[in-house]
Design a protein around this ligand. Sequence first.
Ligand code: FUL
Length: 488
Amino acid sequence: MIKYVRLLAFFVMSVSGPVSVCAQQNYVVIDPSDSEKDIVAKAAKVVPTPEQLRWQRLELTAFFHFGINTFTNKEWGDGTEDEKLFNPTALDARQWVSVCKRAGIKQVILTAKHHDGFCLWPSKYTEHSVKNSPWKDGKGDVVREVSNACKEMGVGFGVYLSPWDRNNRAYGTEAYNDYFVNQLTELLTNYGKVDEVWFDGANGEGPNGKKQVYDFPRWYKLIRKLQPEAVIAIMGPDVRWVGTESGYGREQEWSVVPFDASNIKATSDGSQTTVDVKPVGDMTGDVLGSREKILKAKALGWYPAETDVSIRPGWFYHSHEDKEVKTPEKLMDIYFNSVGRNGVLLLNIPPDRRGLLSDADVESLMGWKRLRDKLFSVNLAGNAGPARLEKQGAGDKGSQEYIMQYDLSGSSTFNVCSLQENISKGQRVESFVLEGFQNGEWKKIVEGTTIGYKRLLKFDPYTASKVRLRILSSRLEPHIAEVGLYKY
Ligand code: FUL
């Protein structure tokens, strides 16, 4: 059992104490006259929108890459495929969603249209779709089946609609933007609630030899109107690509990153609380939101990382990859390095030609779930409820430290630590160290930089009767929501 120990010499702070936030905004503009202290305080007060917060709390989401490529055995189709090739023999979207649900996955995203332009719903605007396939005599609709299963099982539903379309003749002209708006409108009006819209960045040339100029502002406006609670990911303003498809995020991952101020049209009365522009510039570099980076920024925005990876080498199902399904242990490692690094994991599980998740994938997912359940079944730091921080000293500089100390019941051995910030107050911790009391002195167990929504750390088994978390540097006072100690 954990006990909160009051360190008498220290000034006591409430973890959820008041912060003077004028308006809850997910962006802030930096004035040229702002000092370092001003900028750091501004960064600390940038918070997620309710939709971004909901999304972050999902932790685990899934991708279903399924389409004409499943039947041509390709990763990228060229748009000339015969629709008659699409013919799953036993498609059951309820199986896809229930497997995900049992694996602890909270939201799924279906590739409604990949780069080949083949639509998994009977779009009115193209012939390259399920309506010209033999599946259910052309009366089938995969988008409908997946969205229905999600609604039935209480799982979030999202759509991937590839801007790059290698089938559409209008691609490369302004008319394609109308086509895209029509397709988005179908998807966002005919299938109930949509929780995430995922835009890939791929962009090619159309039959006219011209590169398509995507009308992102128009698309965002439409999504906000039709599905105001959806997050727009990757080529969108709400969720950013972590920058790799390996499943491994950054050691230092900030959800508050520099934005281009010229893109931000904040209303003068401050009533605009979100920013609806696609950030420009490199979002794949090393550390995006460090002090060095924010000090040079003209604006900052809440733009959290999504970490996507496939359970197999490819995004689409290929039978020759059946033996290369990631093991439960590998998925666990990915979990530590995605969710455990302030990201949301988007794990691709591609349905096979039958239209089912294959046995190998299901087994691996369930094995991974068992590992997580086992690991997190007992928090050796107990469930003491809201913790409190001790602030050491009364200075107003970054040298100030915050300490949380826990008495464990007797001596306990653990090798995993889980930390969480209450990100509804912003992301603040810049560096921390976890220490254990051994042989009469405090010793370092593990240290780190950012925490964010969740930070998972693994280390050699450590035995102690007391531990403490020292926040060595933070942007204003930190709000620690959770400290957990586990034995893996
Ligand atoms: C990429 C695409 O080109 C892949 O085929 C896949 O859909 C992946 C998630 O995004 O950019």
